[in-house]
Every structure is written in structure tokens, then in C-alpha cells.
Design a protein around this ligand. Structure first.
Ligand SMILES: [Zn+2]
Length: 586
């Protein structure tokens, strides 16, 4: 099954895909009645046999082209199990199956699942729990269709939630009832003194505000326009930023995003390791984002700070990476040659802690946050929680804090034992920093080469604890952006976007840790590794991760295009793009 649907790109739970009916439908999309035939409720038929033969007739009658055939279903109340379980139908054509929300029954195989009751799931908790539950019980390479739900205002959120197919039912019905939709909400058309749209339907509506057909046509146009915008946000990998902004339209939508953020595992399993777009932390919800919690979790659990007697706490800068900013250049000058005797940790919102070695890692190198100098209670609590965990694991004899304003106050009042300079970048402030550092570093041990520390930190962050030690074992050296072994063979490279690219030699050193491994069948893949070829994959793998690909006949490296669990559960789609593959001669 699922011969007719394929996911092409992902940005969190939102996906771009293609549904192969008579017309190829690029998803997310609006399904029309020309795209499917439905056998309907079993109670439309006089017996179960009749319903089964209606399904059969549906399959056979589609001589005019491939349409989605939606199998008969047994209606039930919301939160009730279906009254009758129908035997599965085998077919080679595109198949749709109605999914009862909150049901514990395993659904029949299908290409498209139709979420029953979607239109009445207006309560945020019901909606999120129905869709998350549906996605968790159907294979990842199938499409989810939620009828009678979409409006221009909620479309972005519904797609981000993981719905691939929607329709125009609700906006058309609303239009006929005199309701006027835009991305900013819905109004009674009669209450608007001016229509905020210049489409051809609205020009005609100026004189006859109660023309339901014109209102429906305008509503549909707005929904289609919004769909184009949403598709573009997935392509440019910033749907989350768009959704955080769009949900402000109503409290219900904002509540929906907050409820979805509580489904952290659902989001984490689907969030890529890296995005091309800049991460905007514009709202309170940004603090809950997977990118934030994942980065903090990796800094605290995977990363191990180098052995150092002195820790220097610094504030972040608007320019990224921080060391390119004016303030951090001034700090570096003030620190001078003492930098070899201390370790630097940058404090920032919403990422909390960025060790200097990780400043070029996503999202540390590409986030933007409205700077006001204020630290609210939630931000303070998050920062202090991370700092406690960090200092519990990484011990320093002395801490120098060159923080100012509310940030300094937050750290100080939390009881961190440090020399507080008061921060700042003017001459006096830098002199205070210089002096505090000179005193703290007196008698301190010298740290290893900062470039080596960076490779170690990156390997730990990307491949888990111990990876840095494995990669840098023995005698290693650095040439340009390349880490080499003692025979000058490359082990790894720093990429322009701050990630670590392994060589085959480097991968061999990491492989014994058993992480980020994709096991394939007995063949030699070329170019792209397709999901059906995957036998097993580390469940930690996320889109964009560097993976080790191994099988009986092949061994090499690639970049994951889907999560590890998705590679295992999918029968279509590109699992990884391969970079180096070596054939294993038998
Ligand atoms: Zn209009």
C-alpha cells in the first residue's frame, strides 16, 4: 500500500508531499469532490454485503481515471468505538479509510485516512488529541484528510499539526450564510463598512453584500491563497515562525498551539536537526520549541566541557556567531592571552547556555530574539535551571561573570558564586573584565587547542557522549577546517553552516558507539537511499542528521532526509542522501 502518496519534504509535523490520483496533487492541498468517491456510511446500504459490493463497485467504476475510493464506514459517536468492524478491503487503487478519532481499533491499510468528525473538533484539546492520536496510529507515508475544518485563519496551524489534506466545505458553507473570511478571521459581511479585499468577487460584493455565492467565491480564494503561503513556509523551513504569528488571530488558535507544544515528543520526533531559516524567538511559545529544548538537552547531557579551572560567563550579541560581534571582539581583547586558561559560556534567551565551542551550531548561529534587556520570570527560571544542571556536571574552581543589568541580577540572585564585574563594553568595564580574568587565571591550568575542543564538542553534540573522545583518539591534527589523523587522512570537516561532516575514516571511529546507524538490506545503494531499503535505523535520527549507512554489501555515510523511526515505518520516499559509499566485496 501507500503506492499513491509520498512525502517529499518536512518541517516539523508539516509535510510537502504528492498524492497520485488522476491529477497529481501537491500536498498540503484542498481535496475536491472530483478527487474522490465515497461508499458512505454502511447504514446507507441495506446489508453489510451491499456495502461491500458498493465498495467493489467504487473500485471498478473508476474507468474515467484514478480517484480516491473511500471505503464504507460504520458511524459512531465521538469518543465511541465503531459499532461494526468491517473486514479489510484489498485493492490496488488509491484507497481512503475513515478513521474514528480516539478509537483503539487499528485502522485498515490505506493511502489516505479521513478523520471523522474533523469539522466538530473545535475545542483545542480535542483537535490536538484527535490529530496527534491519528498520526501516531497510521503509517508516516500516508496522508491525513480532515474535512470541513479549514479556514484561511486556521489553515497554517492545521498543516503544522500534521494534516495533509483539507477542503473548502467550511468556507463555502460560511459564505452562503453571509460570513466573510480572511486570514485575520471571520466577520458577518453585513457588519463590514468596507471589504478588506480587492478580488473580483469583492468588487461585485460592494453593491450586494448579501450575495452568498460571491462571498463563498471570495472565501475560497482566500483559503487557496493561504494554502500557497503555507506551502512556501514549509519549503523555506519557517512554518513554525509563521504559525506562532498566525495563531494570534483567536485565543482558541493560540491555545491550540500551546496544547500542541505540550505534545513535545510528537513534535520532537518530527523536527529536523537543522533548518535553513533563521529561528525567530518572538513569542512566549518560542521557549517551548523543540530546537530550544533539544539544544539545551544536548549542552547539558551530551556535551562535556573541557577541564578548566576558570569559567567566564558572557552575554550574547545580536550578531551571530557571537565572536564576530563588536562586543565579543572587545571582550576577546580584554581577555588577551588569558583565553588559553579559561572556558567561555554565553548566556542567552531562549537557548540558555551556549559554550563557545558550539557558537556556530544550529540554532546558536542563526536565531534572533527581540532584545529589550528585560528577562521575564519564565526566561530566568529556564536559564537558572539549565545553569544549575550545567554546573552540576562541569565543575570550575572560579567563575567570572561579565554580565550586566537584569541578566547579572538573575544569575546573582540565584546564588551563583562568582566574581561579578557588572558587564559592559566601555573602557572601564573592559578594564574590570581584564583585571578579574587576570586574577582568576593566576595559577590556572592551560586548556588544549581551542580548535580541537571544538571538534570534540561538535562530535559529542551530534553523535552523543563519548563521540568526541572516539573521533579525537590518538594523535590528531588540524589543517584549515579539517581534522586529520597522524597519517594526514581526513577524519572530519567543519561545514560552512557550523556542522560536522565525517569522512569514512572518521565514521569508522564513531561507529562502535552504535548511534546514528542506518542498516540496509543486501544491496549497494547509489545516490539516494530509499525507505524500503532500510532494515533498521537509530530512533534518534532526525532529518538533516549525518548517518552511518551499513549493510552486507555497502558501508558509508549519508544525510538523513527523514527521522529514523520514519525510515523503518515507510515504504516510500528518500530516507537519506548518500555521500560516500564503499562496496564491500564478498
Ligand atoms: Zn475578496
Amino acid at each position: 500500500m501507500t503506492k499513491y502518496f509520498e512525502v517529499l519534504r518536512r518541517d516539523g509535523p508539516a509535510r510537502l508531499g504528492k498524492l497520485l490520483l488522476e491529477r497529481q496533487i501537491g500536498t498540503p492541498s484542498l481535496l475536491t469532490t472530483d478527487d474522490f468517491r465515497s461508499a458512505g456510511s454502511i447504514f446507507r446500504h441495506s446489508s453489510l454485503e451491499d456495502a461491500a459490493s458498493a465498495a467493489q463497485a467504487l473500485i471498478e467504476s473508476r474507468a474515467e481515471g484514478k480517484m480516491l475510493a473511500i471505503m464504507p464506514y460504520a458511524p459512531a459517536f465521538l469518543r465511541a468505538e465503531p459499532s461494526v468492524i468491517l473486514p479489510p478491503t484489498k485493492m490496488n487503487e488509491p484507497k481512503g479509510v475513515v478513521l474514528q478519532p480516539f478509537s483503539s481499533e487499528e485502522p485498515d491499510e490505506a493511502d489516505v485516512y479521513v478523520l471523522a468528525f474533523a469539522g466538530v473538533l473545535r475545542n483545542p484539546r480535542d483537535l490536538i488529541s484527535a490529530v496527534v492520536g491519528a498520526r501516531n496510529c497510521i503509517p508516516p507515508d500516508t496522508a491525513l484528510y480532515a474535512p470541513a475544518l479549514a479556514t484561511p485563519a486556521n489553515l497554517a496551524f492545521l498543516v503544522y499539526l500534521g494534516i495533509d489534506l483539507l477542503d473548502s466545505t467550511r468556507v463555502v458553507a460560511d459564505g452562503l450564510l453571509g460570513r466573510y473570511h480572511t486570514r485575520d478571521g471571520v466577520w458577518d459581511a453585513k457588519d463590514l463598512s468596507e471589504l478588506p479585499c480587492r478580488c473580483e468577487h469583492c468588487r461585485k460584493l460592494a453593491d450586494k453584500r448579501d450575495d452568498g455565492k460571491l462571498l463563498a467565491a471570495h472565501n475560497l480564494l482566500k483559503l487557496e491563497e493561504e494554502l500557497l503561503v503555507v506551502r512556501e513556509t514549509i519549503r523555506s523551513e519557517n512554518i513554525r515562525e509563521y504559525v506562532e504569528r498566525q495563531v494570534r488571530v483567536t485565543p482558541d488558535l493560540t491555545a491550540s498551539l500551546r496544547v500542541l507544544d505540550q505534545e513535545h515528543r510528537y513534535l520532537e520526533m518530527r523536527t529536523p536537526q537543522q533548518r535553513r531559516s533563521t529561528f525567530f524567538a518572538n513569542t512566549g511559545e518560542s521557549l517551548q520549541r523543540v530546537e530550544v529544548t533539544r539544544f539545551a538537552e544536548r549542552v547539558i547531557q551530551r556535551y562535556k566541557a573541557p577541564q578548566s579551572d576558570v569559567l567566564l560567563l558572557l552575554p550574547c550579541s545580536a550578531r551571530k556567531p557571537y565572536s564576530m560581534s563588536r562586543s565579543h571582539r572587545l571582550f576577546a581583547e580584554a581577555i588577551g592571552s588569558h583565553h588559553r586558561y579559561l572556558h567561555e559560556l554565553i548566556l542567552t534567551s531562549p537557548l540558555a547556555l551556549v559554550p563557545r565551542e558550539l557558537e556556530e551550531v544550529y540554532p546558536a548561529a542563526s536565531y534572533d530574539v527581540p532584545v529589550t534587556g528585560r528577562w521575564d520570570l519564565e526566561e530566568r527560571a529556564w536559564l537558572c535551571k539549565c545553569l544549575d544542571a550545567y554546573l552540576e556536571k562541569n565543575r570550575y574552581a572560579k567563575i567570572v561573570s561579565h554580565l550586566d543589568g537584569e541578566l547579572e541580577e538573575a544569575v546573582k540572585s540565584h546564588g551563583i558564586d562568582a566574581v561579578y564585574t557588572g558587564g559592559g563594553t566601555n573602557g572601564q568595564a573592559l578594564a574590570r573584565l581584564s583585571e578579574a580574568i587576570a586574577q582568576a587565571c593566576h595559577g590556572a591550568a592551560r586548556l588544549p587547542d581551542a580548535r580541537l575542543l571544538r571538534y570534540r564538542a561538535l562530535a559529542d553534540v551530534y553523535f552523543g557522549s563519548g563521540a568526541g573522545e572516539a573521533l579525537l583518539a590518538g594523535k590528531v591534527q588540524i589543517r584549515g577546517r579539517e581534522l586529520q589523523d597522524e597519517r594526514k587522512k581526513p577524519l572530519a570537516m567543519l561545514t560552512v553552516n557550523g556542522a560536522l561532516a565525517l569522512s569514512l575514516e572518521g565514521a569508522k571511529r564513531i561507529e562502535p558507539l552504535g548511534r546514528y546507524i542506518v542498516t540496509i538490506g543486501d544491496f549497494m545503494p547509489k545516490g539516494s537511499l530509499l525507505a524500503p531499503g532500510v532494515v533498521d535505523a537509530d530512533s534518534e535520527i532526525r532529518p538533516g542528521d549525518e548517518v552511518i549507512v551499513r549493510g552486507k554489501f555497502a558501508w558509508g555515510l549519508g544525510k538523513a532526509k527523514m527521522s529514523g523511526w520514519e525510515m523503518v515505518a515507510s515504504r516510500r520516499g528518500v530516507a537519506a542522501e548518500l555521500r560516500h559509499m564503499k562496496e564491500i566485496k564478498q
